[in-house]
Design a protein around this ligand. Structure first.
Ligand SMILES: [Mg+2]
Length: 283
């Protein structure tokens, strides 16, 4: 008899498990400094952090599950993130456009996704041309391609009018694309490229029957929806839209402490599952 497959734990990274200095939002008094570890360096400076307690928890989670980072970062951006514990067998990057298996891009999946995008969504160049309009330049500060799969912009959020967001959403919906705005970044992504579809593929390959997911943005919602148990922090896009579901737990804290709370919650679920206790999350 083969052993039962390990539970699958899929976690968004930015603003779910790891935090930039600005996103940490540590509300503790100044005499109660929180111990943080640097998990990403960029151009010689610390870029992202997680709490020391989070690092301990993630190591424990990795020991009792198939832990899958699920990020909108490109492969290069993901490669900068140094999570504790052994490397994950699977990682989802580029919002699901790429599955990394043992650190290598799965060419079959990449080709499959590129073909679906070609069939189901308008070309990237059309969305890029729309975002590049001269009248949007005051708030669309820089435009970038992510591995030729989607586009993102660095925005001046205060200068960006609501009417622009509505116009962009209407344009993208008609083109088979989705929009997500997170901090200073605006993402436009073809509908077929999403974390939930990539996670379903990882689930198929691992035969997992129990899936835990965590995330903070609209780009995570489908992944949370399809999981057995899900977590989201009390901040981010899903908090603004007030996403709720019977199987979803919302943290008490916001910021980096929410990341720690999510990992503690996942660890407790895995512990209760391994000990055979009731594993359904509370509302
Ligand atoms: Mg996020």
């Amino acid at each position: 008899m083969t052993a039962a497959p390990l539970p699958l734990v899929a976690c968004d990274l930015d603003r779910t498990l790891i935090f930039s200095g600005k996103a940490l939002a540590l509300a503790a008094p100044e005499h109660q400094a929180k111990s943080l570890n640097v998990v990403e360096m960029y151009e010689g400076a610390p870029q992202s952090y997680m709490t020391v307690a989070s690092e301990r928890l993630i190591t424990a989670i990795k020991a009792s599950s198939t832990f899958v980072p699920a990020t909108t970062r490109t492969v290069a951006q993901y490669s900068r993130v140094q999570l504790p514990g052994p490397p994950s067998e699977f990682a989802i990057t580029t919002n699901g456009g790429v599955i990394l298996h043992r650190g290598k891009t799965d060419a079959h999946w990449h080709g499959h996704m590129a073909a679906r995008v070609k069939r189901e969504s308008k070309p990237l160049a059309e969305v890029e041309a729309f975002l590049g309009r001269a009248d949007f330049a005051p708030w669309v500060l820089r435009l970038r391609r992510a591995e030729d799969l989607f586009v993102y912009a660095i925005i001046d959020r205060l200068a960006m009018p609501e009417e622009f967001v509505a116009e962009l959403e209407a344009f993208c919906t008609a083109a088979g694309w989705t929009v997500s705005i997170q901090g200073r970044k605006l993402y436009c992504i073809p509908v077929p490229i999403n974390k939930a579809t990539a996670l379903a593929e990882v689930r198929r390959r691992t035969n997992a029957d129990y899936v835990i997911a965590a995330g903070d943005s609209l780009l995570d919602q489908d992944m949370l929806h399809g999981a057995t148990a899900a977590f989201r922090p009390r901040h981010g896009e899903l908090n603004v839209t007030d996403y709720r579901a019977p199987h979803l737990r919302i943290t008490k804290h916001a910021g980096a402490l929410a990341g720690e709370e999510i990992l503690a919650g996942i660890n407790a679920l895995l512990d209760s599952k391994h000990s055979g206790a009731v594993v359904e999350p509370q509302k």
